[in-house]
Design a protein around this ligand. Structure first.
Ligand code: AMP
Length: 402
């Protein structure tokens, strides 16, 4: 059976076709600039016997339906296709950003599930409508195929109230669902599972700190395989210093910016989400560019790395206190997987808590999961590549039997 994995954004559709069982990626691609003057599809097919085949199509793509039809055209194409007919797709997995308190796990999509995703739009006004577009179109094109929703928030629904409540009037939680939800749950859960395998024990017996450092950044405290705290909050703005997002700030900053800079709420929101984080500190948001600039003497680039890694360290320390025993710290995503400097600085000073990084192992570049701590480190440290599409495919496999 083949699974079609879809991550539908407001003007894009990211997808993969994955073979169940072998977990081989047969095709992956991105439709972007939907609704703009000229759209673009880039597909890479892995037909197995031959090398990867790339297709790029540039043409107007007015909506998600035409985007999806274009993808299906490429997937079933005689030369570059990986399926002969759409009937070969046995199930479809959708990434859905916000499941609110309605979803603690992935679920088969029904009209009730669609209604619940819609009810959660106020919590993710940009993402959930785009995810629903993907679901609607996939259900139109594949009416007989089971569809599964996999939520970014579901893994964190095990957080206890002491971790998920803000110290605000309780009514705001009860009536308006204002609380911490956390995100990147699919990634945290995936690398936690892989880490348990490397530790050689069931996930349900592992205490872990998973550190997802990409453009978005988050950290999760996992006790006996369950998320008990995470750094992202009601929206993906809280916590760590990210590419363009500020992470933790004083909430009174809004009032200061309004009173002293005359800014309205929308422009403050844009400032905190799009102009802050690493970009705000040094003008650059790609960590590779930041290291290059720092090496050339750019003081603010150096400072940006320091601010981000200091915040990482502070959260790791807090989550160690929350967990008590920690079996492993896992670094993942673009920066976490590739950046030995950020990893080393994020763990600086934690030797006293039994965290000992092996500098040679940390410096080695490798694409696979590996341990980078010394043999005598009581807390083992790992680099584990995340794979959200595969994680979604595994969720689909648990809900859809051939
Ligand atoms: P992600 O959101 O997981 O795709 O991560 C994207 C970010 O990873 C980029 O913005 C870069 O800052 C970072 N990144 C990717 N490759 C490297 C690398 N080799 N060294 C340092 N950072 C990297």
């Amino acid at each position: 059976m083949k699974f079609f994995i879809i991550n539908s954004g407001s003007s894009s559709i990211k997808y993969q076709v994955i073979e169940q069982g072998t977990e081989a990626v047969l095709a992956s691609g991105l439709v972007e600039r939907i609704g703009e003057v000229c759209g673009r599809l880039k597909n890479t097919s892995f037909p197995g016997s031959s090398d990867a085949l790339e297709t790029v199509i540039e043409q107007p793509i007015p909506d998600h339906y035409s985007g999806m039809m274009l993808v299906i055209g490429v997937l079933t194409d005689k030369k570059h296709g990986v399926i002969c007919h759409t009937s070969e797709i046995g199930a479809i997995g959708h990434r859905v950003v916000h499941g609110g308190e309605d979803f603690r796990a992935s679920t088969l999509i029904t009209p009730e599930v669609i209604g619940a995703i819609r009810r959660n739009i106020p919590l993710a006004p940009l993402h959930n409508p785009a995810n629903l577009d993907g679901i609607r179109v996939a259900m139109e094109i594949f009416p007989e195929v089971p569809q599964v929703a996999v939520f970014d928030t579901a893994f964190h629904q095990t957080m206890p109230p002491r971790a998920f409540l803000y110290a605000l009037p309780y009514d705001l939680y009860e009536r308006d669902r204002v609380r911490r939800y956390g995100f990147h749950g699919t990634s945290h859960r995936f690398v936690a599972g892989e880490c348990a395998r490397l530790l050689g024990k069931p996930l349900a017996e592992c205490n872990l700190i998973t550190v997802h450092l990409g453009n978005g950044c988050s950290m999760t405290a996992i006790e006996n395989g369950r998320s008990i705290d995470t750094s992202l909050g009601m929206t993906p703005l809280e916590g760590l210093v990210m590419g363009t997002r500020c992470g933790d700030i004083d909430p009174a900053l809004h009032l200061f910016l309004k009173q002293n800079k005359g800014m309205d709420l929308e422009s403050i929101d844009a400032l905190l989400n799009k102009e802050s984080g690493l970009k705000g500190l040094c003008g650059l948001n790609d960590m590779r560019d930041i290291h290059k600039a720092a090496a050339e003497g750019n003081v603010r680039a150096r400072l940006a790395v320091e601010v981000q890694t200091y915040r990482n360290r502070k959260y790791i320390g807090a989550f160690m206190a929350v967990l008590g025993r920690v079996d492993g710290i896992v670094f993942t995503a673009g920066i976490g997987e590739n950046d030995p400097i950020v990893r080393a600085e994020s763990l600086k000073g934690l030797e006293v808590f039994g965290v000992r990084l092996d500098p040679d192992k940390n410096d080695q570049r490798a694409g696979e999961a590996r341990c980078i701590s010394t043999a005598d480190s009581t807390v083992r440290v790992f680099v584990i590549p995340t794979n959200e599409e595969l994680a979604i495919a595994r969720e689909v496999a648990t809900l859809v039997r051939p």
